[in-house]
Design a protein around this ligand. Structure first.
Ligand code: NAD
Length: 482
């Protein structure tokens, strides 16, 4: 049994209450670690440590901040194998995904924002009469970062790195469902020599730790990634305090396939977009709209490819499709398959849990599932399922598919597939999403604005957007003639 600790004021400590939460591996459903069941007392100590560290950290030169964050990136690379193993054990994602996506990206996040610390610059505006304005961007102070379970270390570092690079001190909470790599990250921060209190990691549940952070008056801004319902609750607490917030929430993303595509190539890309990480990426395309002329042919090809995806032990190197994150989540996803059938949908493949070897029977596995025959407005096509379930819907015209794609409360991402460049731009511009990929998916440049519209969130992460979020701009205006 592995015991995880909070990282507060530079040291690894248990929860003040002495209580812990059992952490289950989705691979076999067995408890493999214990995490601190922290509460507002632990958050209080973490905030005090962050406040004490802030005056020195904000004055630390950009070059020195860059050096230490780069050292953390270097140590992620050194400990890559351990982190990859931990991420898959904790989350159920295949080792191939942890080793090619999650952990390399956590390293890039640290390296990217570390270098950003040295390049971030603010604006100046000179008026006709010689008056000079410059924008003085100060770190905010103590900020809170709350992250979800689907890309654990990837999204944890995506928030922490810019917050620290901009000169803030951080209290961070990883998901209680996947806390392991955040704990290993705290060991890395100690090894890298990050000054005590600059980053504090408090483990525990959302209601006990997350809400204590959101409510804490000394935490001046919250960067949150998670579900829309949680985002609404957090926003309702933050808004009356007029705190800065960045909310990255759920999605119900459209994949739009026009009839001029290369069927084979596009079917492969679309199946990856729907089922990568067992469909548990906020950007996965779970509503697949296919133009009528190729609908049947494309469907056959897609079903053939998806049926061949083999659900396997995530800890095997050859595994490409592992377990869902928890029993509760598996049940939720299965309940949507039942709903889809009740709504008149036909399951084309999957739809149930596979037979797994004896030692994995307690794990949370589900076959990748494709469903057709549903209206775009039914629950299955409106609510976020966040699992390996995608629907196929035919369409005739551009206007029709734009209406379908935009016809949900969400607006995170879309991908569209066509050889017609004019159409690609024309349709992309009309989609109500924060991101639109054309003939690609999950192609990420860390400099681009990342985030959603409508109920998919508020604000943007990535590049300078993140530095702007984690700093407070002040206009300094000088009349040189005085
Ligand atoms: P969740 O909202 O249940 O939890 C996210 C985090 O918030 C966890 O750390 C949790 O402990 C914490 N939390 C829960 N209740 C809280 C509260 N009342 N106050 C403060 N913190 C609280 O989400 P999840 O199930 O972990 O993640 C899945 C969701 O995240 C999906 O909806 C997915 O679309 C979304 N997501 C969005 C993005 C994006 O960039 N837009 C990326 C990844 C995941």
């Amino acid at each position: 049994m592995i015991t995880l600790y909070n990282y507060i004021n530079g040291t690894l400590v248990s929860a003040r209450s002495g209580e812990s939460i059992s952490n289950v591996s989705p691979r076999d459903g067995k408890v493999f670690s214990l995490i601190p069941d922290s509460d507002h007392h632990d958050v209080e100590v973490a905030v005090e440590a962050a406040q004490a560290a802030f005056p020195t950290w904000k004055k630390t030169s950009a070059e020195d901040r860059c050096k230490i964050l780069t050292r953390i990136a270097d140590l992620i690379a050194v400990h890559q194998e351990k982190l990859v193993h931990a991420e898959s054990l904790d989350n159920g994602k295949p080792l191939s995904v942890s080793s090619h996506v999650d952990i390399p990206r956590a390293e890039s996040n640290m390296r990217f924002f570390a270098s950003g610390a040295q390049h971030f610059a603010s604006e100046s505006h000179v008026m006709e009469n010689g008056t000079v304005n410059y924008t003085y961007r100060k770190p905010i102070g103590v900020v809170g970062c709350i992250s979800p379970w689907n890309l654990p270390l990837y999204l944890f570092t995506w928030k922490i790195a810019p917050a620290l690079a901009a000169g803030n001190c951080v209290v961070a909470k990883p998901s209680e469902i996947t806390p392991y790599t955040a704990f290993l990250f705290s060991e890395i921060c100690i090894e890298a020599g990050l000054p005590a209190g600059v980053l504090n990691i408090v483990h525990g549940t959302g209601p006990k730790v997350g809400e204590a952070m959101v409510n804490h008056p000394a935490i001046k801004a919250i960067s949150f990634t998670g579900g829309t319902a949680t985002g609404k609750r957090i926003a309702s607490i933050l808004a009356p305090q007029f705190k800065k917030m960045s909310l990255e929430l759920g999605g119900k993303n459209a994949t739009i396939v026009f009839e001029d595509v290369d069927l084979e190539k596009t079917a492969s890309a679309v199946s990856r977009a729907a089922f990568a990480n067992q469909g548990q990426i906020c950007l996965c395309g779970s509503r697949i709209f296919v133009q009528r002329g190729i609908y049947e042919a494309f469907k056959r090809m897609l079903v053939e490819k998806v049926s061949k995806m083999k659900v396997m032990d995530p800890m095997l190197p050859e595994s490409k499709f592992g377990a869902l994150v928890s029993e509760a989540h598996l049940e939720k996803v299965l309940s949507y398959i039942t709903t889809a059938k009740e709504e008149g949908g036909t399951v084309l493949c999957g739809g149930q849990s596979p037979e797994m070897p004896e030692e994995l029977r307690g794990g949370f596995y589900l076959l990748p599932t494709l469903i057709e025959g549903l209206s775009p407005s039914c629950r299955t096509n409106q609510e976020e399922i966040f699992g390996p379930v995608a629907t196929l819907i035919p369409f005739d015209t551009e206007e029709e598919v734009i209406q379908y794609a935009n016809g949900t409360v969400y607006g995170l991402a879309a991908s569209l597939w066509t050889k017609d460049v004019s159409r690609a731009h024309r349709v992309a511009h009309q989609l109500e999403t924060g991101i639109c990929w054309i003939n690609t998916w999950l192609n990420r440049d860390l400099r681009t604005p990342f985030g959603g519209v409508k109920q998919s969130g508020l604000g943007r992460e990535g590049g300078w957007e993140a530095f702007r979020f984690f700093t407070e701009p002040q206009n300094i205006c000088i009349d040189p003639s005085h």
